[in-house]
Write a protein that binds this ligand. Sequence first.
Ligand code: NAP
Length: 479
Amino acid sequence: MQTRNLINGEWRDAPSGATFDVTNPATDEVIAKVPDGGAGQAVAAIAAARAALPSWRALPAAERAGPLAKLASLMLAKQDELAKLLTREQGKPLAEARGEISYAASFISWAAEEAKRVYGETVPASRTDQRILVLRQAVGVVAAITPWNFPAAMITRKLGPALAAGCTIIVKPAEQTPLSAFAIGELALEAGIPAGVLNIITGDSAAIGQAIFADPTVRKVSFTGSTAVGQKLMVAAANNVVRLSLELGGHAPFLVFDDADVDAAVIGAIKSKFRNAGQTCVCPNRFFVQDGIYDEFVAKLAAALEPLRIGSGLDEGVSVGPLIDDDAVAKVRDHVDDALSHGATLRLGGKIFSPESGLTERFCQPTILEGVNASMKLNHEETFGPVAPIRRFTHEAEAIELANDSPYGLASYFYTRDNSRVWRVAEALEYGIVGANDGAPSTAQAPFGGVKMSGIGREGGRYVMHEYLNIKYVSIGID
Ligand code: NAP
């Protein structure tokens, strides 16, 4: 297990020797001590990325694709080891962690292929003595700042397209989950990605952020995390007019219409809401179910959730792991208590506890709340826990209005068997992602991202390449 920062192809401690602990959220066991670096290491990493840039971006895309494809295949070859490490630092069940590793690898292999298809353009001119050419070129040095809830995939969604486009990168993983980042760094070196092309630094996030935005070498920052931090980074980016991609918080609605396949809707609800113990940006936070199907949906959802095993993600058969830390526990508790004090009723779960001795008190039962209304905190804020607040609705227009009543606009879901309604509702939802009869729409080929306060830019598919490319217009005068 690698536990030091990767700068210019070397594994380095913080110059001060300071470290911080990485712990298993299920047990509080200290898994590793990693460098508590800061601005100095960020400056060194930026210098390494700047030095590596000219030769990396000069390579033909097909040559950059080679080591990237190798990195993706090494990740798949080590899927089990990487998944165990991921579960130990993040807590999610092993089966989900395995899934995250293959999902993470898919972003690298997709980008490696896609970089070969970054086309320029010729545009018809209005003058006979002019030719118009449009080139696409790597933006330069990129910084990626990532959250703890997908410790591998949130990194590769940025690293894959950035490197494939010809950029070099500094990755700043979340404090809670740096070990997956280091493991990816080790495999990148093994895959032949040259020194300085990928740098990974941990430590004081504010100091690292300041160093990144202070250095005019960094031309692009790609951030995934909370809307509050994203807003701060937007202000900081003004300093050097740095390009930003922001993948921020969500507040997804999940609509179930009377004509839905209820069993499919229950499966979709479990996939989208209860994966990673409800700690995903695309988790539904607000369920709206039409009157005619309400009782059946809630009864079937409760029956499907009740037997789910709660425990350490390393134990076979566990479906719900721990929340990431005590702050997360406090937030979930606060949202549930607030809803109950404002008139909601508990249909299922509601308890945060330790499922067996040796485990922390960070495990939350899958929870269903009924009688939810707009005054409750969980109707406005991301809960980030396995809590499904459910409301009734009567008409389609009402459901759409309720669903769109949010400053966030990342993911949304709805279930119906009516093909015309699929079109109407998909077009009306003010969200970057719509799962129509699909509880897990995210995939490397598709554009992932939000509107409104959920962010700017897209990750995945051919769209992501443009996040790491500048357009250059060349006007050629001819005789
Ligand atoms: P967070 O607190 O915003 O942190 C995200 C990253 O930003 C971490 O690496 C953190 O470092 C760093 N950071 C914090 N303050 C910073 C600053 N002043 N300057 C530079 N970096 C700073 O978010 P989180 O709690 O880790 O993640 C949960 C959030 O991410 C949720 O809101 C979720 O919806 C969102 N998310 C969005 C997507 C998406 O694709 N839209 C995907 C996943 C998660 P430290 O950890 O070291 O403080």
